[in-house]
Design a protein. Sequence first.
Lengths: 325, 334, 314
Amino acid sequence: MPPPVTPPPTIPLLQAHSLSKSFALGRRRVWGEKRFLTAVDDVSLSLGAGDSLALVGESGCGKSTLGRLLMGFDAPDRGRVMFEGQDLARLRAGEKRRLRARVQMVFQDSGSSFNPRRSIGATLAEPYRIHGRAWSRAAIEALLEQVGLSASLYERHPVALSGGQRQRLNIARALALSPRLVVADEPVSALDVSVQAQIVNLLRRLQSELGLASVFISHDLAVVRQIADRMAVMYLGSLVEEGETLATLARPLHPYTRALVEAVPRPGRALVAPLEGDVPDAVSPPGGCRFHTRCPVARPLCAQERPKLETMGQERKVACHFPLV
Amino acid sequence: MRGVLSRLGQTLFVLFGISVLVFAVFFATPGSDPSARIAGRGASEETIARIRHEYGFDRGLVARYLSMMDHLFLSRDLTSYVNHGQNVVAEVFHAAPVTLSLVSWAALFWVGGALVTGMLAACFAGRWPDRLLSGLGILGLSVPVFWLGEMVNLLSQSRFHDTMLFRWVPALGYIPPGISLTGWAKCLILPALTLSIAFIGIYGRILRSDLLAAMQEDALRTARAKGAGPVRLWVFHALRLSGLSVVSLFGLDFAQLLGGGALLTEVVFALPGVGHLTYQGLSTLDLPLIMATVMYSAFFVVIANVLVDGLYRLLDPRIGSRSGTAARGGRSHG
Amino acid sequence: MDDALLSIDALRLALPSGARLLDGVSLRLERGRILGVVGESGSGKSLTGLSVLGLQPRGRLEGKLAFEGQDLLGFGPGDWRRFRGRRAAIIFQDPMTAFLPVRRIGAQIAEQIRLHSLCSRREAETRVIALLSRMGVPAPREAARRFPHELSGGLRQRAMIAMALSCDPDLVIADEPTTALDVTVQAQILMLLREIGARRAGVMLITHDMGVVAQICTDIAVLYAGVVVESGPAEAVLRTPWHPYTRALLRAIPPMDGARPDRLPTIEGTPPAPEARPPGCVFAPRCPERRAACAFRPALRRHEDRSVACVLYP
């Protein structure tokens, strides 16, 4: 096994340069225009080694698509993803395979992602086999204990596991090849509160123990606050705000972020509906600022001109003509 | 509307492909020189050569194919190689109403029968009516249609013909509705029932399992929560939801029966339908007749497909609407 | 005694195999109140809601289930038909699958109206449009002509609520009504539910989200492994939870304000499966305060306006 190459400190672990991705939907009429759904629209991000970033937004905002682009599962229509300074689109097949070992994904649905006929030990040996690495039973048992599962589960089958244990197994599988980056898509949203707390703690511990960089895709701000140091808020495919998590949640700059924060039900707060209506159809998003149709502080300019993501103060960025201060 | 146009293109392509295939198989099959067969047994070489020239068999394959298509579709005067002078297009047009009548009656019986047996079996799932119907269904499926037909004939035409039960049954054969509407119905009821038995078995079973699956849907729980009674639940909700797969199956079966699939029934009950005609063409290797019947049946299968598609769209509004949500970026909650 | 709209006492739901899905559910709901029924998956909270309408998928109910003093367990099929939709209605979690996908929204709501009152198709239609507009559906006339998949998630859930309210029920059961919705839409739907509670009907809100309970419920009942372990006024229970399970559950929620804890307090282990419930206190195996007396199932005891089933509160 070659020693992991540490990139020079100036190059971030992961960089995304103006990523865009749309999906063709087919025409509504024979001679009608071909319609596209823009899932990700000109998004730039960067993540250092050991950083944790949360992608936050409502359904259809493009956060999962962005996650897939960052993983190299899908190729962006425009823009580049650089991992350790290398453009994912230009990697040769062999290099891409090696990259797969260093970037891993954890999904929400932990039940269906295991082969029920394969033992837990064999499930965890699979990544080693695929990547042609040597493994031992001891290494896999150590991996099980690292995620808080008993080493005695080695011979058992995934069916015997509870939801929380399955998600631990999922995490163990992602960690098998000692990745540098883990992308987790709603890793705890299918779990009950008490189990969710266990998994959140586990993810936090792994981040600090292994120096793992992580991207969390989540709609749950309380979980995001607990798990990620930075957060990026998406609305209809674009980033509207990015910054340090605690500061962003305490004093949001974008009206949409504020609405998301206010919408979290919690004791001691009056119930208010922060926004009218639903998220608009992503096939024909509103012009100008995409949020202006629901924005409580929109002004005429917002319908005409699309705001750019600009730096404001310390480590904060916002795409709004009239940010909240 | 995009669907209809592309369907039309597909249809034409399929029909063309089938015609080429049938034509090619016929002429590429060794030992099937049509000139020899037309000339009859023991004909001299000269006669065969003359026939070969007369019928244009000495010309190129493409030219022969084109001329056959011209005779089949444009001038519609294609004649049989075997029964000299017989216009096969007219033959098919004569036979088609017979088959259409038979299959329509059968469809009536099998849809009605399947609805009754499927509903009953689903309502009594796991209890004795369900098991009884399941056994009968398998029996109906496994009885060969020609044997059943012969048995029916034996009972209704000879042995018990003069009893109360079968006195009304006319002699074997077809009576067009233009001559006697009641005669038409009478001569078709027993053949149609015979033909539909196997289909009642299949459709009843499919409907039963579809209904039971539909009863497990959230939407049916909602209907119960609304205070809907059992009839409304089964008929207006479960049946409405589960009818979809049966509709598509029905279209295909109906079309393939129209296209000659009812051959055995037609032969047993001496009905001069398209199946009968196909049988005749195949047994004498009469290319024009085979060509005409095959094209006819292909045409019906494709048409039925288009109709089923349309019906499906009517029954299920989700089809044909945009599938955008599937491609959307984020998922919301667990 | 029985002036309550809904009164459930020691309700049990057992399968033929002997597994007990509900193993002692006791709660009371009065008109104009919103009762939050809270628990994790498998706790039996949804089953409790379904049982009130006689919609439990399998098993046999025992105990007491009374609606305005009327025994629901003695109901025949005809009684249930007149009861469901008219006296008590339910709002399901996912309006996409809860509506019949092949019929228009308006027709589905009108069906319920016509099931319970003699009125013409046109009268029902007018009532549907009025209902939709009361639920805050923009362009209600057009929305009524839509199929479920043609509406957004928020509008679908509003239509579902309109259907539940169409016959002016006395009891509305809402089973995780906002779980399938986006957060910004969730608040809109919760406000609608609070309005129903203000209209003399009783609302039973089944949820896993303590924040939701804190914001709109007047009362709370906490379920664990098929048993109500604690109940009382929502504010009091959330401020000073008594039962060790309620305490642990509240602590496990990541905070939205204040300092970020390094580690969230957790409850070790997992809830027992229905066929493997302990004979004593159901929470004992995971309870930090476990003692010898926990080997016997504690009853849900009343202490003024609150109740708790724990040996710590004799």
